[in-house]
Design a protein around this ligand. Structure first.
Ligand SMILES: C[S@@+](CC[C@H](N)C(=O)[O-])C[C@H]1O[C@@H](n2cnc3c(N)ncnc32)[C@H](O)[C@@H]1O
Length: 238
């Protein structure tokens, strides 16, 4: 099976014949560490925190980027409306097979690079999505690729839609900040490794805080920016 991509480390992978194989998840994660960016699937706590930012009651179309073996996918399907659709884009053919074995007619799994999301949605007859749920290893990608996958997500969201992403550092905060007027960052220690969760809103914050409300807001933004700079510096040094 060949991933639908267009060049670059995260796109141009060798075709892998996966039909007769059922590899152990951990082995697959370790083997493909450079693209999976993790050795263990996300914890239930992290998945819950990630999905807390999605309005499942109203969402009709959701896109997922980097489903891996499907731990986030299954939880999205569990929360999703019966008439909603989930389109999941995964680069690794072994993980694609694994997700395709999830027996749910609302799920469409495509072996494709996340940067091709608008094109894939068009092929599936979906104009835009209410939410994009991303587990992409942004910290392992080069800047150019990060900008491309994030722009593809932004382009695919309907006005008022939400983008959620987790990361083990804050090294890509700048890239999300360039695309979304409102971002909330939360942290969970209950994952290996501990992770930050970004909830990015296409709408500006509903109400401006009062004069005193600006103080904690400014402190919060300052703290996240400082952490992001430290995190990026550490990431570049390693
Ligand atoms: C950190 S794992 C997340 C797996 C699972 N969703 C979880 O939370 O445990 C990242 C996944 O993104 C996939 N991936 C990496 N680059 C990608 C890309 N450009 N497009 C689509 N999927 C990609 C990897 O193959 C891997 O399955």
């Amino acid at each position: 099976m060949q991933a639908e991509g267009d060049g670059g480390r995260f796109l141009d992978r060798e075709a892998v014949d996966v039909a007769p194989r059922r590899e152990w998840t951990l082995i697959q994660h370790i083997k493909d560490w450079h693209t999976s960016g993790a050795v263990l699937p996300s914890s239930r706590r992290l998945v819950a925190r990630l999905l807390a930012g999605v309005d499942f009651a109203s969402a009709r179309n959701i896109a997922e980027l980097g489903p891996g073996t499907g731990c986030v996918t299954r939880e999205i399907l569990r929360r999703m409306r019966p008439d909603a659709r989930l389109v999941s884009l995964e680069l690794n053919p072994v993980f694609v097979e694994s997700c395709r074995s999830i027996p749910d007619p609302r799920l469409i799994v495509r072996c494709s690079c996340a940067s091709r999301l608008p094109e894939v949605l068009e092929q599936e007859g979906i104009e835009s999505v209410d939410a994009v749920v991303s587990s992409l290893p942004l910290g392992m990608m080069d800047d150019d690729m990060v900008v491309r996958v994030l722009q593809a997500s932004r382009e695919s969201l309907r006005p008022g839609g939400t983008f959620v992403q987790y990361q083990y550092s804050l090294s890509r905060h700048w890239a999300m900040k360039a695309l979304y007027p409102s971002i909330t960052v939360r942290f969970t220690p209950f994952n290996v490794p501990p992770a930050f969760v970004y909830t990015c809103d296409t709408r500006p914050p509903a109400s401006r805080p009062g004069r005193w409300g600006l103080v904690p807001a400014a402190l919060g933004t300052g703290a996240v920016t400082l952490l992001a700079v430290i995190s990026r510096t550490v990431h570049n040094l390693l």
